[in-house]
Design a protein around this ligand. Structure first.
Ligand SMILES: [Zn+2]
Ligand SMILES: [Zn+2]
Length: 208
């Protein structure tokens, strides 16, 4: 059985290094908050200001890389839910997802991620589904996500667009434990009643 990379400190170190050295660009409008019309400013969960540098955890330490994740779900070109989640809240949420889910998704991404973008334009990255290359213009429903540091988007871990069909495939990999944890996150942070409406974030766990 393969090791759960989430619990592998070496993997975390490599990830951290990759994020620190990756190319950064201006956050495109598509990843701005629809609500404010500007880049996301606050973590949806803890309210921390995402655009300010993080304070060092000790006087002789460099400040930690305060990266955060942005996620938006669209229906008919309208963003029906969106959020930005700071690194601390994101790690806490993911640590409570089941190992089974994390490994299934890791495998799914490894198998299906058949190509990489070689462009410094994030619009190119967001123009088609990461897994099946279906054009965004042909999708009625889709999700996008990206990893940012302050006012910059990091190219590498994303940005990513996922079409509805591929998202449904991902959803089938999610364990009961992960779904319950995601529903609690939705319950705590959004006004949607969980599981009622197909547009509800409950039906679109952001895992990638
Ligand atoms: Zn937070
Ligand atoms: Zn797809």
């Amino acid at each position: 059985m393969e090791q759960d990379v989430y619990n592998d400190p070496e993997h975390q170190k490599r990830l951290e290094h990759a994020l620190e050295t990756a190319e950064r660009v201006e956050i495109p409008d598509l990843l701005h908050s629809e609500y404010s019309g500007a880049p996301f400013e606050r973590c949806v969960d803890c309210g921390v200001n995402l655009l300010l540098p993080h304070a060092p955890t000790a006087p002789d330490q460099p400040p930690p890389l305060g990266y955060y994740q942005i996620a938006k779900h669209f229906v008919d070109d309208e963003s029906v839910f969106e959020f930005a989640l700071c690194r601390v809240c994101s790690e806490e949420l993911q640590s409570e997802f089941s190992e089974k889910t994390r490994m299934a998704l890791f495998e799914f991404i490894r198998e299906r991620q058949s190509f990489m973008h070689f462009s410094f334009d994030p619009k190119v990255w967001l123009s088609c589904c990461r897994f099946c290359q279906k054009s965004r213009g042909e999708c009625r429903r889709f999700s996008i996500s990206g990893v940012c540091v302050q006012a910059s988007l990091i190219l590498g871990p994303g940005p990513v667009m996922v079409c509805e069909e591929c998202e449904l495939e991902c959803n089938e990999l999610i364990s009961e434990q992960t779904r319950k944890r995601w529903d609690r996150f939705v319950d705590d942070n959004f006004d949607f009643p969980p599981g009622v409406d197909s547009q509800s974030p409950s039906n679109h766990p952001i895992l990638i």
